[in-house]
Design a protein around this ligand. Sequence first.
Ligand code: SAH
Length: 225
Amino acid sequence: MHIDILTIFPEMFEGPFNHSIIKRAQEKKLVSISLVNIRDFATDKHKRVDDYQYGGGSGMVMMIEPIANCIDSLRQKRNYEEIIYMSPDGDLLDQNISNQFSMCNNLMILCGHYKGIDERLREAYITKEISIGNYVLSGGELAAAVFTDSIVRLLPGVLNDETSALSDSFQNDLLSAPVYTRPSEYKGMKVPDVLLSGNDKEIFKWRQDRAVQRTNARRPDLLKG
Ligand code: SAH
């Protein structure tokens, strides 16, 4: 999979993409991620990417030209299944959406700033808009990092234990069962016996029961589906 992320702050991704699972996925060449600086496609000598909004009002708007130039240039090299704009009024990100996008070959993700991007970009270029929650961030970078992480960890070969992602919360509309590691007893608090029993069938059943219980208690809305 290849992901192009269009941003005016490429440095913001250095932390999230250079550690842990995403780092390993890139090293194993299971995903390549390019950070594309929108400013490089600005047309005036000041490399301007934002301007005042028509009709007045506070807050700048990201201009159509640099972003359109950037998208056009990238599209000459690749066929993108989706051009995604991270936006608080987009579809609310969930595991289903991440599962679907993990099957794509080429994705483009656009990060907005200020008041957002010129509406004409959304009409002419954007094929999907995704929100990571009902709150407003200062820019799309953190949202794009969250979205990218949720996709990359699903790519075959990224997680060491192939089945691990399938037992995470939200797969099968269930939250994850509780997990424990050594020691088996800490200050009188014991790990449930069944997990130490070695009986795979019983362990599977216990985990399933606990996942359902937890989902019922915390997220009954998931069970309705
Ligand atoms: N004026 C806009 C908010 C702009 S916030 C509005 O009220 O809808 C600036 C940028 O941050 C947006 O362009 C978007 O790319 C990003 N952003 C903010 N909140 C987000 C969220 N919840 N999910 C995804 N992206 C978000």
